[in-house]
Design a protein around this ligand. Structure first.
Ligand SMILES: NC(=O)c1ccc[n+]([C@@H]2O[C@H](COP(=O)([O-])OP(=O)(O)OC[C@H]3O[C@@H](n4cnc5c(N)ncnc54)[C@H](OP(=O)(O)O)[C@@H]3O)[C@@H](O)[C@H]2O)c1
Length: 257
């Protein structure tokens, strides 16, 4: 039995994508629209959202900054005025900077926790009452395989994504018995502006379009943990279960850091 309702037929489905102006979110918007979904697109950069919306007259553009509670409430209000219900909310907004122990600053920490973790929590607080009221719908939180186990360069980012995985597990336990689907998405390396900053070789790097297809495939299976590409994510899952002595040795050895 699948963890969640299988989301397969997108024709006429109402999908709110947060973090839709670039990268994986933009690719997901294009694929969902091609499959017949009705979209609402959010992010900070309105021009980028309008470019993704292109000439789709049905597409709503709702700019917001995920770190501002007020933005969430305003966007949710606008959405519910126009849509009869919400079938799926996907939270993709995120930021990344490679941080090693000696580069850690309170500003870097605050920024990434605010966008990657508090943003997800504020967004969840904004949409869950509406999903519970309508008694159906799904929510997908984009975390990262970097959240499964500590890795050099991932000092703050990895911790925020570990927290999103934890948050999603508890959300699933609370919401699934009440008819709401909950998914957590854990990509490996995807070629977007986030990873363009990396100056190291990224194993099993995939395109944003491949990532979007993998997310849709996971939603179609009703998976709770949608992780990809499997050739990378399964190895990392294994690594996360190794004894610490072996894992720490391996992490130094593989990354050279
Ligand atoms: N690329 C990877 O290898 C990878 C791997 C694992 C997980 N992920 C996760 O996948 C998600 C999408 O990342 P991506 O790689 O597609 O990067 P991206 O191209 O930089 O997209 C990030 C999106 O988040 C939005 N965003 C950032 N800060 C925001 C804020 N404060 N409020 C609202 N929107 C904000 C950005 O739009 P604006 O700038 O217009 O606001 C943009 O649309 C992120 O959560 C990331 O952590 C990525």
């Amino acid at each position: 039995m699948s963890f969640n309702p299988r989301l397969r037929n997108w024709q006429g489905r109402h999908v709110w994508l947060i973090g839709a102006g670039h990268g994986i979110g933009a690719a997901l918007a294009h694929q969902l629209r091609a499959a017949g979904a009705l979209l609402a697109l959010s992010g900070r950069n309105e021009a980028a959202l309008r470019a993704v919306a292109a000439d789709d007259a049905h597409c709503l553009v709702l700019p917001l900054d995920v770190t501002r509670e007020q933005d969430w409430l305003q966007a949710r209000g606008q959405l519910l005025q126009r849509w009869p219900h919400i079938d799926l909310v996907v939270m993709l907004a995120g930021d990344y900077a490679a941080v090693r122990a000696w580069q850690l600053t309170p500003e870097l920490a605050r920024h990434m926790v605010e966008v990657n973790l508090l943003g997800v929590m504020y967004g969840t607080a904004a949409v869950v009452p509406a999903l519970l009221h309508q008694q159906h719908g799904s929510i997908a939180l984009v975390a990262s395989a970097a959240g499964w186990v500590g890795m050099p360069n991932g000092l703050v980012y990895g911790a925020t994504k570990a927290a999103v995985n934890h948050f999603a597990q508890t959300l699933y336990l609370d919401l699934r018995p009440r008819g709401i689907g909950v998914h957590v998405v854990n990509p490996g390396f995807v070629a977007t502006r986030l990873t363009a900053r990396n100056d190291f070789a990224m194993p099993a790097l995939i395109s944003a379009e491949q990532a979007a297809s993998a997310i849709l495939a996971g939603l179609a299976r009703g998976d709770f943990d949608i992780h990809f590409p499997r050739r990378f994510s399964l190895l990392l899952k294994l690594a996360a279960h190794l004894p610490y002595r072996l894992y720490f040795w391996l992490a130094h050895r593989v990354t050279g850091l």
